[in-house]
Structure formats: structure tokens, C-alpha cells
Design a binder for this molecule. Structure first.
Ligand code: NAD
Length: 313
């Protein structure tokens, strides 16, 4: 579910490589390369009838990644709050209920680090995002509240009806074949695009003063984490993120360096989200032995090269 999206389409490739038969469902096909799924159903998972049609008890695993989703420019302006809450909650309400009634196999749910409390992410040098720090809840966006609600929804179905759910909290996933223009792109792709489009000797705009910190996870590492979690006996929620924290200024410098251009940075007003965020992988590494393998430099180099090519096409 969400097989036409960024992480979903990479996950489909991985599941095919593992030898699975894969049915993909989404509102749209993947944008940048043909799907690897054996079957691909275009459908709206907010619609109970569609969910009923696509959820098949003979399937051993369901991966639920469909969500109304975007970067800071989509999630943090407030303009899309009602849609984000309504659309994603409808999908999860349908999926949890129908998967339970049909007694399907295991189900994966993709939550987000956006559910962590804002009060623990004010200090850019010391954000706290351990799994246990989720409460008292105070996400900084409606997107984060919906994720927290849906985590609890799936866990309720687990406790009351035995739905075999696995939950990950993704931290800023990036890589080739993700949204890079149009308003739903996230910071890594947006900065790569700005650098790719800038003339040598020119400048790029960065939202905020650039001292805000984040960690970014390369999509292949994310897919590996999801796969291992699904094979494990652990329910979660677990962080699936990188612990390589970087300021946005340093990150922009890294991308400019990869481009080989001489560019300056203008800091402009824009939605920036929390001041600091970093994954804490202590729990997930102990449980399933997963940690990221691709460095930020290597991952963003691959991503920049892909976006630079898209920009030229
Ligand atoms: P994406 O937007 O590329 O993929 C989501 C897909 O869901 C899209 O293809 C979209 O068309 C589909 N979708 C939306 N509404 C639908 C509906 N009603 N019916 C059917 N399909 C629908 O996003 P992504 O980056 O691949 O994220 C996948 C999941 O991971 C999402 O749940 C997202 O919230 C979560 N997540 C992603 C990140 C990240 O950094 N990319 C971080 C945290 C959590």
C-alpha cells in the first residue's frame, strides 16, 4: 500500500528480489520508473470497498505505507492539516479493520519521527527521540498526531484481536526516485534541486537560519530495516533512522561540494519544523540487529546525481 510512492516503490523492488509475489496498491503508478509489482491496482484506500477488494487473506504480509505526505512546505504550513488528518486516518482505519476481519498475515505500518514531542527537540545539539520519549505527546504537526493515533490504532487491534503488526518510526528518508519538485519534496531533494538549478557563482535559498539539525536515512537502509522488522517477532514501534546528525547549513555545504559549484546560501523565512532531530537506534539495533550502512555523503551523492539528471531531462 503506497506502492506508487517513494519508499513503497523501492520496497516493491526489494520484495521482488526476495522472491515474493507482490500486489501493489496506490492512487498512482511510481513516477520515475515502472513498478516491479506483479499486479498493480490503482485504487483509493480511503474507500472501504477498495480496501476490501485489495486485502486478500491469502497474502502473508501487508506493508502499509500509503499516506497523505510531503515535506515541510506541505506538512508544516498548516494549509493541508485537515486533508492530512482525514486522508491518512481513513486509510489506516480501513486497513486495520479489514485486515483483522479477513485474518490476513503480518502487517507493517510506517509511522514517523514527527510523532515525537516538540519539547524534546528544541536544542539542535541534543534532541531526544528514544522510543520511550513519545509521551506526554506533543507532536509539532497534525501529520505527527495522525501517525501517533494510527500507531495506537494498530496496537489496539493487536491487543484486542491479535493483529500481527510491526511498526517503524521513519526519520527523514531520502534517495533517488523521491519527489524532488512540485511542493511535496523534502529537504534533501529540495536542496539538491536548488543546487542543481543554480548557476556557478550564484546562490541558493535555505529556509530558516540553517542551524536546525536533522539526520537523513538512505532509502535502501530504510527498506532493509522494514524487511528485517517484518521477519522478526518484535512489534515495535522502533526508530528506523540515521544517527548521523547534521545541521542544514553543513548539509547544504556538502551538497554544494558534491556539485563542484561555487554557491552562497541565503537564509529566508520558511517552515522549518523542530530545531533538532536525530534518530536513536539503541532499541532497534538490540532487537533486530539493524543499523544504517550508507553514509550521508554517499547517499546524498547518489541522490544529487539522480536529481541533477532529472533536471536536465
Ligand atoms: P510518498 O508520498 O512518496 O508515498 C505515499 C504514497 O501513498 C503515494 O504514492 C500516494 O499516492 C499514496 N497514497 C496517498 N493516499 C492514498 C490513498 N487514499 N489510497 C492509495 N494510496 C494513497 O511518501 P514516502 O516518502 O514514500 O512515505 C511512505 C510512508 O512512510 C508514508 O506513510 C510516510 O508518512 C512515511 N514516512 C516517510 C518519511 C520520509 O522521510 N519519506 C518519514 C517518515 C514517515
Amino acid at each position: 500500500m503506497g506502492a506508487g510512492g517513494f519508499i513503497g516503490s523501492h520496497l516493491v523492488k526489494r520484495l521482488k528480489a526476495e522472491g515474493y509475489f507482490v500486489r501493489g496498491v496506490d492512487l498512482k503508478y511510481p513516477e520515475y520508473s515502472p513498478t516491479h509489482a506483479d499486479e498493480f491496482i490503482i485504487g483509493d484506500l480511503r474507500d472501504t470497498k477498495v480496501c476490501d477488494l485489495v486485502i486478500d487473506p491469502s497474502f502473508t504480509e501487508i506493508y502499509q505505507l500509503a499516506a497523505d505526505m510531503g515535506g515541510a512546505g506541505y506538512l508544516f504550513t498548516g494549509e493541508n492539516d485537515a486533508h492530512v488528518m482525514h486522508n491518512s486516518a481513513m486509510i489506516n482505519l480501513n486497513v486495520a479493520d479489514i485486515a483483522t476481519k479477513k485474518k490476513t498475515g503480518r502487517i507493517f505500518y510506517s509511522s514517523s519521527a514527527c510523532m515525537y514531542p516538540a519539547y524534546n527537540q528544541q536544542d539542535p545539539d541534543n534532541p531526544m527521540c528514544t522510543e520511550a520519549s513519545a509521551y506526554p505527546a506533543d507532536p509539532d504537526s497534525e501529520y505527527g498526531w495522525e501517525k501517533l493515533f494510527s500507531e495506537r490504532l494498530y496496537l489496539s487491534y493487536f491487543r484486542n484481536f491479535g493483529l500481527q503488526v510491526r511498526i517503524a518510526r521513519f526519520h527523514n528518508v531520502y534517495g533517488p526516485e523521491g519527489a524532488w519538485q512540485g511542493g511535496k519534496e523534502k529537504a534533501p531533494a529540495a536542496i539538491c534541486r536548488k543546487v542543481a538549478q543554480a548557476k556557478n557563482g550564484g546562490s541558493i535559498d535555505i529556509w530558516g537560519d540553517g542551524t536546525q539539525t536533522r539526520s537523513f536515512l538512505y532509502v535502501d537502509d530504510c527498506v532493509e530495516g522494514v524487511f528485517r522488522l517484518m521477519q522478526s517477532e518484535h512489534t515495535g514501534p522502533f526508530n528506523i533512522g540515521s544517527e548521523e546528525m547534521v545541521s542544514i547549513n553543513r548539509f547544504a555545504e556538502m551538497i554544494i561540494g558534491i556539485s563542484g559549484k561555487q554557491l552562497s546560501v541565503n537564509h529566508i523565512d520558511g517552515p522549518i519544523g523542530v530545531k533538532g532531530r536525530n534518530s536513536d537506534n539503541t532499541l532497534v539495533t538490540a532487537a533486530i540487529g539493524w543499523q544504517p550502512e550508507i553514509t550521508l555523503y554517499e547517499g546524498i551523492k547518489r541522490t544529487y546525481e539522480w536529481i541533477e539528471l532529472q533536471n536536465r531531462l
